[in-house]
Design a protein around this ligand. Structure first.
Ligand SMILES: NC(=O)c1ccc[n+]([C@@H]2O[C@H](COP(=O)([O-])OP(=O)(O)OC[C@H]3O[C@@H](n4cnc5c(N)ncnc54)[C@H](O)[C@@H]3O)[C@@H](O)[C@H]2O)c1
Length: 381
């Protein structure tokens, strides 16, 4: 029997996955770099943008053979995965186009502008039997995965109290990009677009949530959306958490702290954590859990590359692509509940925002309290 030539895949070798990048702006570079980090397993074969110059420059910069402004044509070649990296308002329409063409999707956050939109995509994904996964890269850092395992196995005891702060700073110029700060195209402010990373990780670690009481305000930036929100969250397991989502905080930090029966587990970073950003402080009598992260190896800062590895593993094994759209819906429902509670002054329970509810089709429901007056003012309930 002849040996296979170097250009032929080795028997049993996994196929090289052909990726399509749709939207070649800022975050698309992280997607291309993440695929390149797994060269040999995957390659970006086509770049698409409505702006031809951007698509061409992006393709040249990343050594991508083809670029185009025509998504429909690119889908005919049936790539293995389409990365949707466009502004939030186009996520669901573009993902629907991919799904209906039989191409699985990796969708940037936030996955949709509303629960109604994500439900439409969920239905299309199920009807067509084509998966949609959502980018929440901080679930995939090596130490974050280890902490999740420790919590799920019960090694840290029951989670009791959590703090989840996304205190970031965005100057007024940041909102000059046309799609930012508007309900119709961004879908929300720091709750929807920024804190969502950290409280998605909180949900991945703590499990399901049951109710939310929240406040939101537009205190400083000339946006239609909020620039700060705060929330109290109760979990299925009885644990309580506070969330703060701000774009007004000059000393930036992303802080997640969970106090369990046996330890305090915490991570503090800004846009991605490394192993040294995590700390476990054992409760008296439980000293052995203190070095639970000692054996964790590998990984720089949690980033798209980590999630890309998990996505490629799932493609190879036929397991669900992470993070499945249905799980991402739980996170988006928490976003909707924060706005519904903040704008109505009521506690909102999981499952309450369904068809017919004003916050089902729009994150601002019947309108933010400050929407009648876009001059800068505090507006909280
Ligand atoms: N996961 C993360 O850490 C992270 C970080 C930053 C941004 N994001 C998300 O990534 C998305 C994109 O953000 P960005 O900062 O890269 O935006 P951007 O404005 O820099 O780039 C968006 C690109 O999409 C193109 N585009 C718009 N509509 C299109 C369409 N219908 N078809 C094809 N191309 C289209 C634009 O021409 C532009 O090149 C947003 O949803 C944002 O929230 C995620």
């Amino acid at each position: 029997m002849n040996n296979p030539s170097p250009s032929e895949p080795h028997p049993g070798a996994k196929p090289l996955r052909r990726h399509l990048v749709v939207g070649t702006g800022s975050i698309a570079h992280a997607h291309a770099a993440a695929v390149t980090a797994h060269a040999g397993r995957a390659a970006v074969v086509t770049a698409i943008d409505i702006d031809a110059r951007r698509a061409e420059d992006f393709a040249a910069g990343h050594g991508i053979a083809h670029w185009s402004t025509d998504l429909a044509e690119a889908l005919v070649a049936r790539p293995d995965l389409a990365h949707v990296c466009t502004p939030p308002g186009s996520h669901v329409p573009l993902a629907l186009q991919c799904v209906e063409a039989g191409v699985p999707v990796l969708l940037e956050k936030p996955p949709a502008l509303s629960l109604a939109e994500i439900d439409r995509l969920l239905e299309a994904s199920e009807v067509n039997g084509v998966e949609v996964a959502v980018v929440f890269q901080h679930r995939f850092g090596a130490s974050g995965l280890k902490v999740r395992q420790l919590l799920q196995e019960g090694a840290l005891g029951r989670p009791l109290v959590a703090v989840c702060d996304t205190l970031w700073y965005r100057p007024p110029e940041y909102f000059a990009v046309p799609w930012r700060g508007k309900w119709d195209v961004e879908g929300g402010g720091p709750t929807m677009g920024h804190g969502i990373h950290q409280f998605d990780l909180l949900l991945a670690l703590m499990g399901g949530w049951t109710e939310v009481s929240a406040m939101a305000a537009r205190l400083s930036r000339e946006t239609a959306t909020e620039d700060v929100s705060t929330a109290l969250v109760r979990f299925d397991n009885g644990a309580l958490a506070t969330l703060v989502n701000s774009l007004l905080s000059p000393r930036e930090t992303s802080l997640l702290r969970i106090d369990t029966e046996r330890a305090t587990v915490e991570v503090e970073h800004v846009y991605g954590y490394a192993k040294e950003d995590w700390r476990i402080t054992p409760a008296p009598g439980h000293e052995s859990v203190g070095d639970s992260l000692a054996a964790v190896t590998g990984g720089g800062r949690s980033c798209h590359q980590d999630q890309m590895g998990a996505v490629l593993d799932a493609l190879d094994t036929g397991s669900p692509l992470p993070v499945p759209l249905r799980e991402a819906r739980d996170t988006l429902e928490l976003v909707a509940a924060v706005y519904a509670s903040a704008f109505t002054g009521r506690t909102v329970r999981k499952g309450e925002i369904g068809p017919g509810h004003p916050f089902y089709t729009r994150m601002d429901g019947t309108g933010a309290p400050w929407s009648g007056n876009l001059a800068t003012e505090g507006a909280s309930l």
